[in-house]
Ligand binder design. Structure first.
Ligand code: FE2
Ligand code: FE2
Length: 474
């Protein structure tokens, strides 16, 4: 079904045929806009932004680009079309038709899963709300705002499910999603990583590269769900998510590029000299990578989890690429390696695969992050600079799971409390590092101009030139 833009809420779910659902969502819509105006990008209400809007859910050509004022963005409900043949691909119900309605016994669990996912979407908009004021270029500002409006749409995606399938409880959850605030002491967002600040553009690019990639893996696991509306919602969200990952990966690559250019030009690898030249030294970038990687690792939860096992067995949440995996999809008697601490050493052991699904999803994500990092490493390589970025050990700087009670160095050695206290400033951004990065942030809002600490992109958005006026101010 094509997207109907003549309705107040654009959708491809035939919303007009369900009047009570339509009314409930039209009631939520002004509350959403109030939230956007209060917590969305600061001082951006009148800017005209060159944004893409979904006009179809087909794999090719779903995007339409035009200037839009963000409060006028047509947030809507877009699901990948239903496959009437689709059956449950894993767990105890494997082979049965997928569910179009929520089974009573899984109602509260599914609601919790949807709310937890949904909560991350407005959280990231809140975390990023000041960044427009310090954008390194109009191109970057446009990308930030694109990410922001799409995270807003992802909230719509989850609130639609709550309204359509969870009755009054769902409507109450929809209101609570607009009431929590990232970093708020009394009513914070659900997950810790979404209460951290995103205070500068280096953090933003790391966040979109690393934490949006957690989003990709969570959505991919939910796209396997036996609850078909959730699966279809997540499938379309994944197509939007790909751009967020691009923004992060290319953003960091451009920072590395600029730093390497200056290092080559001035024949130096001295961080103090690089900083004096107004760029971010590579060791500082590595510290930010360590920080965002470790904080995001925690989002996958404990290595051993009976919740993850029951989500899988009950068909609520699959593995990444579940249908592409060649096994029984029920994990009877199979095992998966997890880490363990024995005495003063970290060792690998095998545990029942069903209980290690969090760890497995984390491993899939780690491999994907590592691929991105190796693409970054081509930049110093190309400049003849020996520095290489690397991911810290999975146990480094963790607050959740097996490693929460230990201190682990980036190369995987257990450390004493006092050694950690002495050394962690070498591995995580210090207050001084953050202050330096912060000092570089200043708004560059002239077409084709870029802040000194970041290289221009190789190409523009939607085949537009790099010096295109991506944001217009009236
Ligand atoms: Fe999202
Ligand atoms: Fe995202």
């Amino acid at each position: 079904m094509s997207i109907n833009y003549s309705e107040r809420i654009p959708n491809n779910v035939d919303l007009a045929s369900n009047k009570s659902l339509q009314r409930a969502l039209e009631h939520w819509q002004p509350a959403y806009l109030d939230w956007w105006n209060e917590m969305g990008p600061e001082k951006s209400q009148t800017a005209e932004v060159y944004l893409r809007t979904a006009v179809s859910v087909e794999a090719k050509g779903w995007a339409h680009f035009d200037y839009v004022k963000m409060p006028d963005y047509r947030w809507g409900i877009f699901l990948t079309p239903q496959d009437p043949q689709r059956t449950i691909s894993f767990g105890a119900h494997k082979g049965a038709p997928v569910w179009q309605e929520v089974p009573g016994e899984y109602r509260s669990t599914l609601r919790r899963i949807i709310v937890t996912q949904g909560d991350t979407e407005p959280a990231s908009v809140e975390q990023q709300r000041h960044l427009g004021l310090t954008c390194p270029s109009l191109y970057d500002m446009r990308n930030l705002f694109q990410v922001n409006v799409e995270e807003g749409r992802h909230l719509w995606a989850m609130v639609y499910l709550l309204h359509a399938h969870f009755g009054r409880d769902g409507r109450e959850e929809g209101e609570a999603l607009l009431a929590r605030r990232s970093g708020d002491a009394d009513n914070p967002r659900i997950l810790t990583a979404f209460n951290e600040k995103t205070p500068d553009w280096l953090s933003f690019f790391m966040f979109t590269f690393i934490t949006d990639r957690d989003g990709k893996y969570q959505l991919a696991a939910l796209a396997e769900s036996a609850f078909d509306p959730l699966s279809r919602t997540c499938r379309f969200m994944l197509t939007e998510e790909a751009h967020h990952l691009f923004v992060g990966e290319s953003g960091i690559a451009r920072i590395i590029q600029r730093t390497c250019e200056l290092m080559a030009q001035h024949k130096t690898d001295d961080p103090a000299k690089i900083r004096a030249l107004g760029a971010i030294d590579l060791p500082t970038l590595q510290k930010y990578l360590n920080f965002h990687f470790s904080v995001t690792s925690d989002l996958y939860g404990s290595e051993i989890s009976s919740n993850a096992a029951s989500f899988f067995t009950n068909g609520l949440k699959g593995r990444f690429n579940e249908t592409g995996i060649a096994d029984d999809h029920q994990l009877h008697g199979s095992e998966y390696p997890v880490m363990d601490v024995v005495g003063d050493r970290i060792v690998a052991r095998h545990a029942p695969a069903l209980s290690t699904l969090n760890e497995r999803l984390r491993d899939d994500w780690v491999a994907d992050v590592a691929n991105g990092v190796s693409r970054w490493n081509r930049v110093p390589e190309k400049h003849g600079i020996p520095f290489r970025f690397s991911l810290p050990h999975k146990g480094f700087h963790r607050r959740i799971g097996l490693f929460a009670e230990y201190h682990v160095s980036p190369d995987g050695l257990l450390m004493s409390e006092s050694d950690w206290t002495r050394r962690h400033g070498d591995w995580l951004p210090s207050a001084e590092d953050r202050a330096f990065v912060h000092s570089l942030m200043g708004r560059v809002a002239e077409p084709g101009k870029f802040a000194n600490w970041i290289a221009p992109p190789a190409t523009g958005i939607n085949k537009q030139p790099v010096d295109f006026e991506y944001v217009r101010f009236s």
